[in-house]
Design a protein around this ligand. Structure first.
Ligand code: NAD
Ligand SMILES: Nc1ncnc2c1ncn2[C@@H]1O[C@H](COP(=O)(O)O)[C@@H](O)[C@H]1O
Ligand code: PPV
Length: 263
């Protein structure tokens, strides 16, 4: 990958899009992970207003520290960057209290709550985006968004524009290095940080990003029988997730009314 050229291309694309949309800039949720770190630097490099918001919900201190470090570094590097911290833990706790559910009755309660965290963040980002005339800027990469659908529908998947969604996670790491992202973020294990107990992306999906990248690259022209051992296992994981997540990857289905019924 031509890293510098890709950086310039994305920065130009972001600036051009925001200018044509008559937006003043971008608002980005900062988690302490690599994707949001890279996106926020690319946005800052446009020179347009770039608002970074940390939105902890019962967050692990390591993630909070990395997010804070990144936000401070960016505010020092760029005049057009502003920082905000909105602790969503009380909001989330209130939501849980207001919607009591018998955990023994619903095996997917934890998943529903994990996704609710992501959606609370989306609501908050749009609130500040609208107040300040900023576009909610997505942080999903190609593997998450178009490979395995590893994001929350209308949570972190609810965005106005998506600057790194055509880059693999490996390429995001290359950009991070070139952009001077803090080492603590470059070496952090990817996690969605949505669960009370730590769950890494790899532990949730059963495969690493490089493995999923390989599966994505061969998926169209192969089937599982073409491989053996770990490759076959990874191919099957990718295939299962890719099929199950089509409803997130494709536009939502619209019930088209036949022309004669309109009359
Ligand atoms: N970037 C990240 O690392 C990141 C961020 C957020 C979430 N996550 C992970 O992503 C996963 C999200 O879970 P999920 O995919 O179950 O939740 P989701 O809410 O994103 O998608 C499930 C919902 O989609 C709808 N749906 C299901 N099948 C459908 C179909 N065939 N057609 C139309 N709509 C359909 C239903 O409303 C269902 O509740 C979790 O494992 C979470 O931890 C990862
Ligand atoms: N704690 C957080 N504060 C602000 N924004 C966050 C936080 N955690 C996640 N986000 C945003 O959501 C995406 C996806 O997050 P994952 O950690 O990959 O689930 C992240 O890039 C932030 O923009
Ligand atoms: O989306 P982020 O920034 O949280 O990155 P990661 O998923 O690698 O934690």
């Amino acid at each position: 990958m031509q890293t510098q050229a890709v950086i310039e291309h994305i920065v130009h694309w972001l600036k051009d899009y925001a200018t044509k949309a008559h937006a003043k800039g971008f608002v980005i949720g900062i988690s302490g992970g690599i994707d949001s770190a890279v996106v926020s630097i690319l946005a800052a490099k446009t020179g347009l207003n770039t608002m970074l918001i940390e939105l902890p919900i019962r967050q692990h201190p390591d993630q909070v520290n990395r997010a804070q470090t990144h936000m401070q570094q960016l505010a020092e590097r760029f005049d057009n960057v502003s920082n905000l911290r909105v602790d969503l833990t009380p909001t989330f706790n209130q939501f849980v209290n207001d919607n009591p559910v018998d955990a023994t009755e619903f095996a997917n309660l934890d998943l529903a709550l994990a996704n609710a965290r992501s959606r609370l963040r989306m609501v908050t980002l749009y609130y500040y985006g609208q107040l300040h005339g900023l576009l909610v800027t997505g942080t999903g990469n190609k593997i998450e968004d178009f490979g395995v659908g590893f994001f929350t529908k209308y949570g972190d998947g609810g965005v106005d524009l998506s600057p790194i969604a055509d880059l693999t996670k490996t390429q995001v790491y290359q950009l991070a290095k070139a952009l001077g992202v803090d080492d603590s973020i470059q070496t952090a294990v990817p996690t969605d940080g949505l669960w009370d107990e730590e769950r890494t992306d790899e532990s949730q999906m059963g495969a690493t990003y490089p493995e999923l990248e390989w599966a994505m690259s061969v998926h169209a022209d192969h089937n599982a029988a073409d491989f053996t051992g770990r490759q076959q296992e990874v191919f099957q994981i990718y295939d299962r997730l890719h099929r199950a997540m089509q409803h997130k990857i494709n536009p939502i289905p619209v019930c088209v009314i036949p022309e004669n019924l309109h009359q």
